[in-house]
Design a protein around this ligand. Sequence first.
Ligand SMILES: Nc1ncnc2c1ncn2[C@@H]1O[C@H](COP(=O)(O)OP(=O)(O)OP(=O)(O)O)[C@@H](O)[C@H]1O
Length: 276
Amino acid sequence: MSGLELRGVTHHHPGHHPGHHRGASAPALDDVTLRLAPGERVGLVGRSGAGKTTLLQVALALLAPGRGEVCLDGRAVRPGSVRSLRWYRRAVQYVPQHPAASLDPRHRVERLVAEPARRLGVPGDPVGTARAALARVGLDEDLWRRRPGELSGGQAQRVAVARALACGARLLLADEPVSGLDHDLRDHVLDVVAGLDGIGLLLVCHDLEAVERTCERVVVLDAGRVVEEGPTTRLLARPTHPATRALVGARDLSSPTTREATREATREATREESTA
Ligand SMILES: Nc1ncnc2c1ncn2[C@@H]1O[C@H](COP(=O)(O)OP(=O)(O)OP(=O)(O)O)[C@@H](O)[C@H]1O
């Protein structure tokens, strides 16, 4: 099938035994099967330690799973030499949490975007490719000659996305890409990513509002297993697995409407008490 597939992926980190119980150790990923159709945007959520980062490492061919495999368009990929992974790196790219940290501070934006494409041997003029990618993420032309230190967090994140696009990526794997940004910038970056026609996304994000804004489907991981998945709207409105309920419940407790409702309920209760 076309798109990215994880098939029956199980992985134990060496020395990681949190579920140690009568000789058994809990894997970080436990028989995970996941399919992303071309262009599909999927949110990957789960509490801390659920296995999200491990899943991304496996999907990026940085970590060889103990069992199972990762395939792109039916072709299996394993960690290996830079050369043997070129085909995969051109198609599947990582978007980091802190883009500024992954951008060489000495270089200007244009060069930063052109460099990975040049290294991967992407056909065409790297600078022309970089400019097209920068235009695609809507970064103003007067920023293209700046260095990372002269960019805002949101601008740096768009540079990171442009780098991935310049490589020819069809799928972005993003680990908390907007967690360092304030609300408006966050929405702006997410809208840019969601507006990239034909580009798939696997978005690891603890912010369910961000997932809702960006992804059509959600996969919930818990203790290394996929415990629930489905269309975003339905899954967040009617979660069935306790792990999903816990995530949705935590979101509702912190949302402004719920906070206001809680305050109102508290006022009611206090009034009742004082008149009782
Ligand atoms: N390099 C490692 N060595 C040993 N154990 C690890 C390693 N990396 C992760 N683990 C363990 O594997 C499990 C899954 O971790 P992982 O980082 O994938 O979870 P996560 O869902 O990304 O968590 P978070 O949201 O906190 O980043 C955890 O129990 C973690 O402690």
